[in-house]
Design a protein around this ligand. Structure first.
Ligand code: SAH
Ligand code: SF4
Length: 325
């Protein structure tokens, strides 16, 4: 890795000496390394031991972990087995600064971004606990991947690489709340990673209220950026839409959603809102979710209802960490 970073060979010896002889517990203590290298290493590596603080097992086979890194920061990840597959949901930040109104992670704010090593480590932890190969990763745990772009991309590349985990790029999914400049940047990456965008409403005022962190990126700009993404990559993005009773489940909301998606390359994932303790939001009915799927299909838009996993183990974004902290 050091040679890939353009570093001379003696740096490896210096680092070994700090770790094995001097026993330091952070990269910042490696004072004979240039500051720029220390910063780059912090982005790439997790240093010290990762501890499993808690693990909850769902009756559907999924397992949710609370992991703690060397500096005490905790994050969540989930392993979801099915047939011969194992999908891992991993976090890209501890907490999140985007402040979505319906999200437990958003309510707690941002602690810090994770390094590429810390993102990779979560997947490795789940693989080791299940003792099977990981077939897919979704970056849908805590945090906004595109607010931590470099580390996220670097982790995806390592998960994709045959020296890493060898997971096909199409089975590596990034979910963003819609940070437009990074969607554009992502569309230029050579790998065929999969993109999901949290839409949650195609009505500007509703989306602004639900997702204040992306208020500055209008739906019109999002529409254009996604058009550019699909024409450049030829890949089908997913729009995530958590149905919230009385907020984004009306006929008007549905017709705006149909207009947003009609004649574009996309897939809509209707999500049952997970209960967040203390939240004023409630999930819409299953009946309503079916209406959404049917109406979208009528205008030629492919839509499915996401099967909720681990409902009995606080699997909703941010909940385990909140309960234990
Ligand atoms: N920050 C990224 C990825 C992490 S959140 C993003 O927002 O896309 C992963 C998904 O969980 C997003 O679609 C998010 O909107 C959704 N989510 C957050 N809180 C939820 C809740 N209470 N119920 C259902 N989905 C929720
Ligand atoms: Fe952050 Fe995603 Fe939660 Fe919004 S939904 S607060 S972007 S983790």
């Amino acid at each position: 890795m050091l040679s890939e970073m353009g570093q001379p060979a003696f740096r490896a010896k210096q680092i070994e000496s700090w770790v094995w002889e001097k026993g330091v517990s952070s990269i910042d203590e490696m004072t004979n390394l240039p500051k720029t290298l220390r910063e780059a290493l912090k982005e790439q590596c997790s240093f010290g031991e990762t501890i499993q603080v808690a693990c909850q097992r769902s009756s559907d086979g999924s397992r949710k972990y609370l992991l703690q890194f060397a500096d005490g920061t905790t994050v969540e990840c989930v392993g979801m087995p099915s047939d011969k597959r194992l999908t891992v949901c991993a976090s890209t930040q501890a907490g999140c600064g985007m402040g979505c109104a319906f999200c437990a992670t958003g309510a707690a704010g941002l602690t810090r971004s994770l390094s590429a090593g810390e993102i990779f480590e979560q997947v490795a932890h789940v693989r080791d606990d299940f003792g099977t190969r990981v077939t897919g990763v979704v970056l849908m745990g805590q945090g906004e991947p595109f607010a931590n772009y470099e580390a996220t991309l670097s982790a995806l590349r390592r998960l994709n690489s045959s020296n890493g985990m060898g997971i096909g790029a199409r089975h590596l999914t990034v979910s963003t709340c819609g940070i437009i400049p990074m969607i554009t940047r992502f569309s230029r990456e050579p790998e065929q990673f999969t993109l999901a965008v949290s839409l949650h409403s195609a009505v500007q005022r509703t989306r602004d209220a639900l997702m204040p962190g992306v208020r500055k990126y209008s739906l019109l700009r999002l529409y254009d950026a996604m058009g550019e993404y699909t024409s450049r990559t030829g890949r089908r993005p997913t729009y995530e839409y958590a149905l919230i009773k009385g907020v984004n489940d009306s006929d008007e909301e549905l017709s705006y959603l149909c207009d947003f998606c009609k004649d574009t390359l996309c897939h809509v994932n209707i999500i049952q809102l997970n209960d967040v303790p203390g939240s004023k939001f409630q999930p819409a009915t299953v009946h309503r979710a079916n209406d959404f799927v049917r109406r979208l299909a009528n205008v030629g838009v492919e839509a499915t209802i996401r099967q909720s996993r681990g409902a009995d183990i606080d699997a909703a974004c941010g909940q385990l960490r909140q309960r234990l902290s």
